[in-house]
Design a protein around this ligand. Sequence first.
Ligand SMILES: Cc1cc2nc3c(=O)[nH]c(=O)nc-3n(C[C@H](O)[C@H](O)[C@H](O)COP(=O)(O)O)c2cc1C
Length: 386
Amino acid sequence: MTAASDIGAQSYGELDLTTMLAAPIAFAPMSNSLFEPLTLRGITLRNRIGVSPMCMYSSDDGFANDWHLVHLGQFAVGRAALVITEATAVLPEGRISPQDLGIWKDEHVEFLARIGRFVKSQGAVFGSQLAHAGRKASTIRPWDGGGPATETLGGWANLPAPSALAFAAQYQTPVAIDTVGIGRVVNGFRDAARRALAADMEIVEIHAAHGYLLHQFLSPLSNTRIDNYGGSFENRIRLVRDVVHAIREVWPERLPLAVRLSATDWTEGGWNPEETVELSRILKGDGVDLIDVSTGGNVAAAKIPAGPGYQVEFAARVKREADITTASVGLITSPHQADTIVRTGQADVTLLGRELLREPHWPLRAARELHRDIAWPPQYERAKLR
Ligand SMILES: Cc1cc2nc3c(=O)[nH]c(=O)nc-3n(C[C@H](O)[C@H](O)[C@H](O)COP(=O)(O)O)c2cc1C
């Protein structure tokens, strides 16, 4: 596992402006802007800026700790509207690395709730990205070298996946899970959502992107099953829908549910934008409120034309054709860029990853640049330029 593969891409290559400029863009009436609130079921985001989920590889036995409190807390201080945890493992074997954050046991709830209390005290909505890494589990965290972790390196074997197909040459060959294994995954997600609720979280996002377990089921390149979880589109989307249904059994009506999808595998014969739109339509009917639209991560050799806002066109298409609230992510760095995405109706929410690591209080600067007078934390008022 490298940092690059973890951001949905295998590598951020050269900019392909032709691809970006050729992107079909539908303009909705200019109305909302980056600092307009957004209501999703019973919660309201104070603006359209969210923290994209980012692995911190800093947990012991899945527990959140002071690192997570300060790391996530700083974004709420900086006036992001939505603060969402990194990929949080619903089962221990679903961790990307041994140091991943987890929510597979009740003991994990207490510290997550503590983080939530602080985030909420700052006026932001707190949530979790629920995840299972499937065949991309058991890797060494990036700063310890990255790549697959064998058992001698602290990893684990028998990685569950739709089919016994390794992600890449040096990765472990996973085990094709049977119906008992599928039941374990579905129950894992349901129990995790119950714990997220116990931690007072107000949104959960199901991670079905970036080549992790649920995406592995979606893509015919990683799913060659011949049972009712493989083959046809209806069969490949079955596990994601099972997970959504299971979570909705315990996740209250008043709270929103999001799903992160990779809109394309960037590879011929892989999961594609048409399927993403169709799945989004179906998920809306299943009780999903927001699709967080990313791309890539399931094919090690895929060539990704990364550049500023390179995934916006996919969010715009899902929003337009599936008529569902969307979040856009990926190389969104400037306030005017983010504001334009929302104003032109290409996405309802912008999620920032690395730019918020560089500048955790980015929303305060964005407000200034966009001439919006937003409330600063009173403790920081004396630093506000007028
Ligand atoms: C350090 C780091 C960790 C990440 N971990 C996750 C993760 O846990 N879950 C996820 O869906 N995406 C993860 N990503 C991808 C980001 O959420 C985001 O989609 C990607 O970085 C592109 O947005 P950006 O250009 O604003 O950084 C990670 C990215 C970074 C940089």
